[in-house]
Design a protein around this ligand. Structure first.
Ligand code: SAM
Length: 269
């Protein structure tokens, strides 16, 4: 007989799903094929794990809580359980086409998502439960209050859809924030090489660093040369008086490329 589960730990964001209907909806959304490998972050007491194991070829699950991990040992024959921190895991070693399914620990949901997306070449799609407010930010479109760094950088790597909301009644203990399940389909082509990507990310962060300022001023305050910014903006047909939240992902990609082409002081004879 398996040991009874330990009490939930707040510090690990433990809000366990107790509703099989939500489990079915998550698994259906993930559309797992029998040949696919699934990565689960935080299997907890295993309610999702069991359902995923029934569909996938193999499930790799990372659980930080050693006591919980004990109850998952010998859980399903195709479960490869790793005890450790999802923020430390080497996602680059995953098989290509991995599907990620998780009811994320909310205190690290965006950090874990960004870490996963750094290895997006190994991932086909992600189905993630997270705070509803974060889900809205990931999927937000320009000119909305939710649109920001999180939206642009996530949409750069994946097509994001908020699939459905989940009531607090579906968890034990109940979370105090709203929850939603998000579907992220990773974009197959990597859009930029590593060096250009780093500059694009820096630009997006700088643009949103001063949300209320116009773009030229915001970028200048973050160390960009005002002349270069003005020239790059005009080459992209973007008015300098616009604010960060009005630019689309394509605008940011174009602007990053145009700024790369601008001569820098050290390259001038
Ligand atoms: N999947 C289970 C469910 O749906 O009932 C549990 C979800 S619970 C919201 C989050 C799980 O992630 C917990 O089991 C928690 O111990 C685990 N966890 C928290 N922080 C973690 C981390 N940094 N790395 C791996 N697992 C973590």
């Amino acid at each position: 007989m398996s040991p009874s589960p330990p009490p939930p730990l707040k510090r690990f964001g433990q809000h366990f799903l107790i509703d099989q209907n939500i489990v079915r909806k998550i698994v259906a959304l993930a559309a797992i094929q029998p040949h696919e490998t699934v990565l689960e972050i935080g299997p907890g007491r295993g309610i999702l794990t069991r359902a995923i194991c029934a569909q996938a070829r193999k499930v790799i699950a990372i659980e930080i809580d050693r006591q919980l991990a004990q109850i998952l040992t010998d859980f399903c024959p195709n479960l490869d359980l790793r005890v450790g921190d999802a923020l430390e895991f080497e996602y680059g070693g995953l098989p290509e086409g991995t599907v990620v399914v998780a009811n994320l620990p909310y205190y690290v949901s965006t950090a874990v998502l960004f870490k996963l997306l750094e290895s997006s070449h190994k991932i086909d799609r992600l189905v993630l439960m997270m705070q509803a407010e974060v889900a809205q930010r990931l999927a937000a479109k320009p000119d909305t209050k939710e649109y920001g760094v999180l939206s642009v950088l996530t949409q750069y790597r994946a097509a994001v859809t908020v699939a459905f909301r989940v009531s607090a009644h579906c968890f034990r203990p109940r979370p105090t924030v709203g929850s939603a399940v998000v579907h992220l389909q990773v974009k197959s082509a990597r859009l930029l090489d590593a060096a250009h990507e780093a500059r694009f990310i820096r630009l997006v962060r700088a643009a949103f660093a001063h949300r209320r300022k116009i773009l030229v001023n915001s970028l200048r305050d973050e160390g960009y040369a005002a002349d270069s910014v003005t020239a790059a903006l005009s080459r992209c047909g973007i008015a300098g008086g616009r604010r960060a939240e009005s630019l689309s992902l394509d605008d940011y990609l174009a602007l990053a490329a145009a700024l790369d082409d601008e001569p820098r002081p050290e390259s001038l004879g």
